[in-house]
Design a protein around this ligand. Sequence first.
Ligand code: UDX
Ligand code: UDX
Length: 470
Amino acid sequence: MSENIKIAVVGSGYVGLVAAVCFAEMGHDVICVDNDERKVAALQGGDSLIHEDSLPELLEKYRNTKVRFMTDLAEATRECEAIFIAVGTPQSEAGDADLSYVEAVACEIARSITSYKVIVEKSTVPVYTNEWVTRSMERNGVARQLFDVVSNPEFLREGTAVSDFLHPDRIVVGADSERAAAVLRRIYLPLTSGDYYERSGSIAGSCNVADPPPLLLTSTKSAEIIKHASNAFLALKISFINAVSNLCEATDANVEQVARGMGLDSRIGPKFLRPGIGYGGSCFPKDVAAFRSVAEQLGIDFNLLTEVEKINGQQKKRFLNKVRSALWTLRGKRIGVLGLAFKGETDDIRESPAIDVVEMLLAEGCSIAAYDPAAIARTQEVLPAASNLRYVTDAYAAAEDADALLILTDWAEFSNLDIDRLNQALRYPIVIDGRNLYDPDTMVKHGFTYLSIGRPAAYPVRDLTAPSAS
Ligand code: UDX
Ligand code: UDX
């Protein structure tokens, strides 16, 4: 039988906020702590702050009742049995993860602990962080029997984070004590028992009562490595298909056919084989660098990861060259840009390859009209509008009078545009698609020159039988 557990989540960012409302949805009582007072006030007032499917609904359902927001970590520590740390772990200058926020949280917990707590690493952290948190607690005078540190990595994709949380492929719990493992098992019981999926109004997804997610119990170090290794492997898959796409371009093969042929092999699988302009986001770039740095510090040669990063960086430059190949010279060209977020269905622009491409085009002297369904406000914070950069309110306005239209983010709405209307809006009907959202034959039939990734360039066929103007 599932029970209510009092849980604190520290950090109300993309990961912490989603975890907080999802724990409430599972039936627990949650305190979400953030040291940013403005954020806390906004969340208390019902502003979810980030663009994430189902989040506003869950926030509305639970805010100030089953999820309380506060800045006081000491109070949350006293009240709760488990404390999830989901603060940022940014990349340091050297490439490794900066764990100072995690350490600051551990020290603050240490000051307020009076009874047994399970401290859970939810942020992506390198192997050995668990030991450091433990050491930090002990240095601050906390008796060893008053706490355990557990690693419970998240595998949430932005945009589908709520459903990923409630319908995970697996729940990984790295615990070195049975007492701590038991607390995590109780927390996730609504999912692992299938009980949650039978409730009326539960969020739909891939799991159901007959097929609940497995909970994999490992050592703390294994769990830490599982997280980094999983993200690095997914990034590797993307760089691999991007390298293959370059090979396809050189041979006039079609990478979509190649990826399908590879993905049908169940050992390879079809996912994360979409070629594009490179991976971005708050996780892959940072985690590949951090994993490489961990290996380096341990004296292990993991140059494979350096190659993954190299291919990823080159992919953006290759895309720029593709634009150049279509437009000849770039200075003074008017470019319409669709997409600024690092991927579709999110407003997040952290490490967005789309923004990198926009910056490269501006540096080449192009002027840009950019549209994104959700990421314009955030982009303006780093790239304010200027004489050579305008933000527009829809895809057709971006295309208006442009020398070419670029697709940089795989928003679903970009796959369903009225292409005839686009054609009329453009000065020249040229589309350069960094996400392979359209079928080249269809684009050609509608009169476009269409360049994409890893597929032969498609040019409109001139009707040679038509009488010439002269
Ligand atoms: C972060 C990490 O970057 C990622 O590696 C990890 O897997 C999960 O946590 P994200 O949720 O996207 O991801 O971070 P961010 O949106 O920056 O949110 C972190 C929150 O923690 C912010 O709201 C910040 O105000 C808060 N914070 C930070 C604290 O409450 N206390 C601190 O000491 C530092
Ligand atoms: C990722 C992981 O998927 C998730 O498990 C982890 O916890 C956090 O990091 P996220 O960063 O939200 O999630 O996005 P994801 O969907 O994985 O995409 C990452 C980047 O790779 C995006 O820029 C995306 O456009 C790109 N990508 C993804 C490709 O270029 N090709 C693909 O086939 C898949």
